[in-house]
Ligand binder design. Structure first.
Ligand code: ZN
Ligand code: MN
Length: 495
């Protein structure tokens, strides 16, 4: 069969588990902590002892609702808990507490950057519900499996999308944008290395051939824990399914079952695991130990108010309002307190200069301290003022850096620091003309080169400018000095 005669349309949905940033587990008070001594953060509730009673973590529920609101979901006024049968050693209760027929939210939409050609793509959200995580089986030695139950009972928000994505790149963008959303909202650290976001793409392909459409069976790729794996696994699945259909025309929905597949990161391929179980195999039933949750209008309004503008919208507005590049806006948006601080400071300051100072100086300082810009302890007023006096030429860029460093240790205003340290630029014509004359007299060779040797002119001019700055102790306004040097050179007969 001629592959080029096929019209191929990938159909991709995602199921994502996001670990919520609560201090304690979903139904007990055990701490949620990464890398703790195995089985140290456990209690009778998360160990599944008989007779214990789970109590819902209110923070986990509010984080879930906040995310669901940001995903434009309907929020259920009444939601309940169900037991989902799960017979593996990493969840000793033999069931997972989840939500089945009455999830806390449903029918949403999320806009993400489109794959090719820019713009955004709207992806439908089927539902988002809260459930508990399982522990970890550790297969460290041949023939021996140990179980660490520290993770058991950690709150997870499960988000299920409509199959609205049409390429591996779009799915990748969705995952990146979702990570940005949950960290921005403060509901998750979104740390991939710690397994705090796990992705399961559902993939199949519509193939058009001789006016007929064929659809390959859906496969679900389990437990991907990096964006790169999401993109790689989907790209591989699309190719594999088209090839399998070309080899076997019965490789279509209805004639072949759904498949669970695993991703081999090293070989870059997906592998068959098992035919997918149907929902009834889980034998869901309502958890008799947990009361249903009813959310009041008042509580919902409070959570709605905490969501505000979403990162993608805010990024576009910041480009328009402050003349920032997309990359710089995205960098500042990496945490919400910092972008709030930026916007407040921009009100006092010169936004494009402030943007440059955030991206270069302030970010470097924050990184060096392992914190965010908003945690450097410098208020919006002083940040704005520094950008303003830099943009106005009161201090030059080098002096701005020196002032900024002092601002980290003192509460003084940048203007006061600049004045005290003699960093205010001298823009007095007389003083500057004097320094230029001094530099010309002390560097006759460079003056000669600038006048007589066109090849060396730019270099000689730069050298003279440097000398003037040196004589001035860094206080001269380099733009004005440059102008004075040019005037003097042309006065001496250069061009
Ligand atoms: Zn516990
Ligand atoms: Mn789940």
């Amino acid at each position: 069969m001629d592959r080029s005669r096929l019209k191929i349309r990938p159909i991709i949905g995602l199921e994502i588990h996001v670990q919520l940033a609560t201090k304690s587990k979903l139904f007990c008070s055990c701490p949620v902590e990464f890398g703790a001594e195995p089985n140290s953060n456990v209690c009778p509730v998360c160990l599944g002892m008989p007779g214990v009673l789970p109590v819902m973590n209110r923070q986990a529920f509010e984080f879930s609702v906040r995310t669901a609101v940001a995903l434009h979901c309907e929020i259920a006024a009444f939601t309940k808990w169900d037991r989902k049968s799960y017979y593996y050693p990493d969840l000793p209760k033999n069931y997972q507490i989840s939500q089945y027929d009455l999830p806390l939210s449903f029918d949403g939409a999320f806009d993400v950057p489109a794959g090719v050609g820019g713009g955004t793509r709207r992806v439908g959200i089927i539902r988002a519900h809260l459930e508990e995580d399982a522990g970890k089986n550790l297969h460290e030695h041949p023939g021996i499996t140990r179980v660490d139950l520290n993770r058991t009972g950690t709150p997870l928000l499960e988000i299920v999308t409509e199959p609205d994505l049409s390429s591996a790149d779009e799915a990748y963008n969705f995952c990146v944008e979702l990570q940005r959303l949950v960290t921005y909202l403060g509901v998750s650290e979104g740390n991939m290395q710690k397994g705090q976001m796990r992705f399961e793409p559902n993939v199949n392909v519509a193939i058009e051939h001789d006016g007929q459409e064929y659809r390959t069976p859906i496969s679900e790729v389990k437990n991907l824990n990096s964006f790169r794996a999401v993109r790689g696994a989907i790209a591989h699945e699309i190719e594999r399914q088209v090839n399998d259909w070309m080899a076997d025309r019965d490789y279509v929905i209805g004639k072949r079952p759904k498949e669970n597949r695993g991703w081999d990161d090293v070989r870059g391929i997906t592998e068959f695991q098992r035919s997918k179980e149907e929902a009834h195999d889980y034998r869901y039933f309502p958890d008799p130990d947990l009361v249903p949750v009813e959310i009041s209008d008042e509580c919902l309004e409070r959570i709605r108010a905490s969501v505000g503008e979403l990162p993608l919208e805010r990024e576009a507005r910041m480009q328009a309002d402050y003349g920032l590049s997309q990359a710089d806006a995205a960098t500042i948006l990496r945490d919400r307190a910092t972008v709030d601080l930026f916007e407040e400071a921009a009100g006092f300051g010169h936004a494009p200069t402030l943007g440059k100072q955030f991206i270069s100086f302030w970010l470097a300082q924050a990184n060096a301290r392992g914190c965010r810009i908003a945690q450097l302890g410098i208020d919006a007023g002083r940040l704005g003022e520094l950008s303003r006096i830099t943009a106005d030429g009161v201090i030059n860029a080098t002096a701005a850096q020196a002032v900024a460093e002092k601002m980290l240790d003192s509460g003084d205003s940048p203007t006061a620091i600049a004045e005290r340290d003699g960093l205010v630029q001298v823009r007095d014509q007389g003083a500057m003309a004097g320094w230029v004359t001094q530099a010309f007299e002390a560097n006759a060779k460079a003056v000669q080169d600038a006048l007589a040797n066109p090849k060396k002119k730019a270099q000689a001019r730069g050298f003279l400018l440097g000398q003037v700055m040196k004589i001035s102790g860094g206080q001269a306004d380099p733009k004005m000095v440059g102008r004075l040097i040019d005037e003097k050179l042309s006065g001496l007969g250069g061009s």
